[in-house]
Design a protein around this ligand. Structure first.
Ligand SMILES: *Cc1c(COP(=O)(O)O)cnc(C)c1O
Length: 456
């Protein structure tokens, strides 16, 4: 008997996942190892531990343990805002008049407003376990900094955030939320670090970049023995923590006997998408089920669709380890796109490898089209989506419309990573018709590729 599917599929507290899914452990061909920028050899746990917390460094290199137990303290925190609902978009289906069935996993149900809290709390927990005094990080649009501030407040850790100057000035509310949770927020580039001073000297008046803020945060952490640097996306351990999204989504679908056909997520560094697809990709790799996975990125920062698959630095300052990934070059500075969380030049190595092997698709979309979808979705489904999340909405609608043409009753699942309350300036630009669609030229990209490190 088929159970009727509610608008919101909630899992109970005891259905909260007990394990994270380590997707890499299931991949026959593993992503290439990270390289130490000093030696250009595969990085050791010891070297990684100088920058990251010990346990996170261990998780970063673990490509054999399939499921990793979620510590009870982290599950206790998760319980405050998880399991997150999986919502059937009945209203959207109806107005689109599509035979497709659309579901979205909503990660905006916490004060920080996005999925980033899933990893922030885990990272803060391991820092606390290690007896550290605090952590440093960067934030672009502010979502990661906000999530980390919440997590650090919970565990009583000091939190130093380098916030890209443009956002610091444009998003005073984000900044103040972070300070409410006790974080110390510095606009980047700043005079507190060597790389910051160098940038300011070279480019006075610059509004900063994510890559530069990363370098500053790493430098700041390296100056203090009881601080470590933490990162909100792109790394393997962040993907691991975000697999809680996929584990819940799979349980919720299984509970109602629903099989997804297409799974869609926006991709910045790749953590929410990697987490969402993890248990489904495991089934695909094992030949147990087939799915189509679609990564959606901004046309202004087309990492997968137009980038190169090569070793590159993760930061502008070239002090972080190198990853083999789809990249636009660590010096690539995307235009002032309104989806700040998707402006990273690289794509996490796991997703890069899966994409390269044809196991995942990618699509790039222009931002006015994204905001059209965002507004449409807000009016129909009620939730005000983050610009980043709206990339996934755009493609979910496009896919549902294809089903309308072909009459196929496909089941589409997409990740709705967060809310857009702090992005109203971007919505304003859209409403006033002042939003543009900048797409980098081939020449621009070639210029950036020319600076990729030469690794044999
Ligand atoms: C940061 C962010 C993203 C993109 O980051 P990923 O690591 O690619 O998941 C997407 N949506 C929201 C709301 C974000 O804050």
């Amino acid at each position: 008997m088929k159970k009727e599917i509610p608008y919101k599929i909630y899992l109970s507290e005891n259905e909260l996942p007990k394990y994270w899914c380590n997707l890499r452990a299931f991949m026959k061909e593993k992503p290439a190892p990270m390289l130490d920028s000093a030696t250009m050899k595969p990085i050791t746990q010891e070297a990684l531990s100088k920058v990251f917390c010990d346990e996170l460094a261990r998780q970063e290199l673990d490509d054999t343990t399939e499921y990793i137990e979620i510590p009870q303290e982290i599950r206790d925190f998760y319980k405050m805002y998880r399991p997150a609902p999986l919502i059937r978009a009945y209203c959207l289906e109806k107005v689109l008049q599509t035979p497709a069935k659309i579901y979205y996993k909503f990660e905006g149900n916490n004060t920080s407003g996005s999925h980033k809290l899933n990893s922030a709390i885990a990272q803060a927990y391991y820092a606390k376990q290690q007896g550290l005094k605090g952590v440093t990080t960067e934030t672009g649009a502010g979502q990661w900094g906000t999530a980390l501030s919440m997590a650090c407040a919970y565990f009583g850790l000091d939190c130093k955030v380098f916030m890209v100057k443009g956002s610091y000035e444009l998003k005073p509310f984000r900044r103040e939320v972070m300070r409410t949770y006790g974080a110390n927020v510095t606009p980047s580039p700043s005079m507190t670090t060597e790389i910051g001073r160098k940038m300011l000297e070279q480019f006075p008046g610059t509004t900063g970049s994510l890559g530069c803020a990363i370098s500053e945060a790493v430098e700041e952490a390296s100056k203090n023995a009881d601080y470590r640097y933490v990162l909100g996306s792109a790394l393997n351990h962040v993907l691991l923590h975000q697999s809680v999204i996929g584990m819940e989504t799979k349980s919720a679908l299984d509970k109602y006997g629903v099989k997804a056909d297409i799974i869609i997520g926006c991709a910045g560094g790749g953590s929410n998408l990697g987490g969402l697809i993890a248990p489904f990709m495991v089934e695909k790799l094992q030949g147990k089920a087939d799915y189509r996975f679609i990564a959606v990125e901004p046309a202004s920062c087309p990492t997968l669709t137009r980038g190169k698959y090569a070793y590159d630095y993760n930061d502008t300052g070239k002090i972080c380890p190198l990853s083999k990934m789809y990249t636009l070059g660590s010096g690539f500075i995307p235009s002032a796109n309104h989806a700040g969380g998707l402006r990273y030049h690289g794509m996490t190595s796991v997703l890069s490898e899966l994409y390269d092997k044809g196991l995942m698709e990618a699509r790039s979309v222009e931002q006015t089209k994204v905001f059209e979808a965002a507004e449409y979705f807000a009016r129909i489904e009620g939730i005000l989506p983050a610009p980043e999340s709206s990339h996934a909405i755009r493609v979910a609608i496009d896919e549902a419309m294809k089903c309308k043409e072909t009459g196929e009753e496909k089941t589409i699942v997409f990740g709705l990573t967060g809310t857009g309350y702090f992005d109203m300036m971007s919505y304003e630009k859209f409403h006033d018709g002042k939003m543009t669609d900048y797409i980098p030229s081939d020449e621009e990209l070639e210029k950036s590729f020319a600076d990729l490190p030469k690794i044999p």
